[in-house]
Design a protein around this ligand. Structure first.
Ligand SMILES: [Zn+2]
Ligand SMILES: [Zn+2]
Ligand SMILES: [Zn+2]
Length: 349
């Protein structure tokens, strides 16, 4: 493949995980640079907010009161999108009007008692606490006999629709597999059958050899801007060892995950010197009790920002009706993310 053509000529790139395509238009970045890098007004959050329903000791919407927790804290969402014990029903009218009941559990998990403490500003030990609760929740929910999939995800920032700035994530456990993991499972399986190898093990090896899309790595994990990234600064976090979910961590891997999460989120914040908004989530093996030797542990970071803290990429028009499209190539986005420091801009002396 001619690397220089990929920086000049409009082309499509294939996502082997989902089998979707993205249109890349590198020539458009030769347009005059319209967006100047603006810094938004810094929003200083207090360490404790008496009106926040996630802070320790405060009352929640349904009247329950949070304990005075001093590390992490998880509870069932008071406004859950899914409910356990939903009565089963199924309807199908000629394959055109098709519906099925869906059972689930929606959890909310606070990363820290501190209202203002995001992952990039937490210590490794504090992120370690978050990872051990993620692991415990994944195991406990996954062991329920009707739960087939557990999705851990974080919406960070008002741009992503996060309703409360208190650092937290959500965990949804479903009776059905959601669409994206279903697509990925099919790709992992087909690849393993065809090549007797793992799609992401092979992909990671290729990226580490080339280096041009690698952002950071340690002994356990690496973060790259995938070749097929849709969002300008989208990244893919992959384990270096082949395993399928958090409760299969080997010794030291939880600490290495804390390290890589801290480093990539510091880089994100430093890019535009802002608290960088994103949706992120882990993709782990299905939890229906079967073995999934083909599944490779990974996480996606999907940030909406384009070229400054205030300029957002919109998925509209052709992207809603045809394919996603991007101007800045994954390679030049990777270069920019590699150029920023791993010391948080607010912690610089
Ligand atoms: Zn709070
Ligand atoms: Zn693998
Ligand atoms: Zn995935």
């Amino acid at each position: 493949m001619d690397a220089s053509l990929l920086q000049q000529v409009p082309h499509r790139r294939f996502n082997p995980l989902t089998r979707d395509w993205v249109l890349v238009s590198p020539h458009r970045t030769k347009r005059p640079w319209l967006g100047k890098v603006e810094k938004p007004a810094t929003t200083d959050l207090p360490a404790y907010d008496p009106t926040c329903y996630l802070c320790p000791g405060n009352e929640r919407a349904d009247g329950a009161r949070n304990p005075k927790y001093n590390s992490t804290f998880a509870f069932d969402n008071d406004f859950a999108a899914l409910l356990p014990g939903t009565p089963a029903f199924e309807g199908d009218e000629g394959g055109l009007l098709v519906a099925r009941s869906e059972q689930g559990i929606c959890r909310v998990m606070c990363f820290s008692p501190r209202h203002d403490l995001t992952i990039p500003r937490m210590s490794l030990a504090e992120i370690g606490e978050v990872i051990s609760l993620w692991t415990a929740e994944f195991r406990r929910l996954g062991e329920l006999d009707w739960v087939r999939h557990v999705q851990i995800f974080e919406n960070r920032g008002a741009l992503m629709g996060a309703s409360n700035p208190h650092p937290h994530c959500q965990i949804w456990a479903n009776a059905s597999m959601p669409d994206m993991p279903v697509k990925e499972l099919r790709s992992f399986r087909d690849y393993r059958e065809a090549k007797k190898s793992c799609l992401l093990c092979d992909y990671l090896r290729l990226e580490l050899q080339r280096g041009e899309r690698v952002i950071c790595e340690n002994d356990g994990f690496a973060v790259v801007i995938p070749f097929w990234a849709v969002w300008p600064f989208e990244t893919l976090l992959m384990s270096k060892r082949h395993f399928a979910s958090m409760e299969q961590f080997a010794a030291g891997e939880s600490g290495l995950l804390a390290d890589i999460l801290r480093r990539i989120t510091i880089r994100y914040d430093n890019l535009f010197e802002t608290s960088f908004p994103y949706s992120m989530g882990f993709h782990q093996r299905p939890t229906d009790g079967q073995a999934y030797p083909e599944w490779h542990f990974h996480a996606h970071f999907l940030p909406p920002l384009l070229r400054s803290a205030t300029v957002q990429k919109f998925m509209v028009g052709y992207e809603m009706l045809g394919n996603p499209q991007r101007d800045i190539t994954p390679e030049s986005a990777a270069k920019r993310l590699r150029e920023v420091a791993e010391i948080h801009y607010l912690d610089r002396v």
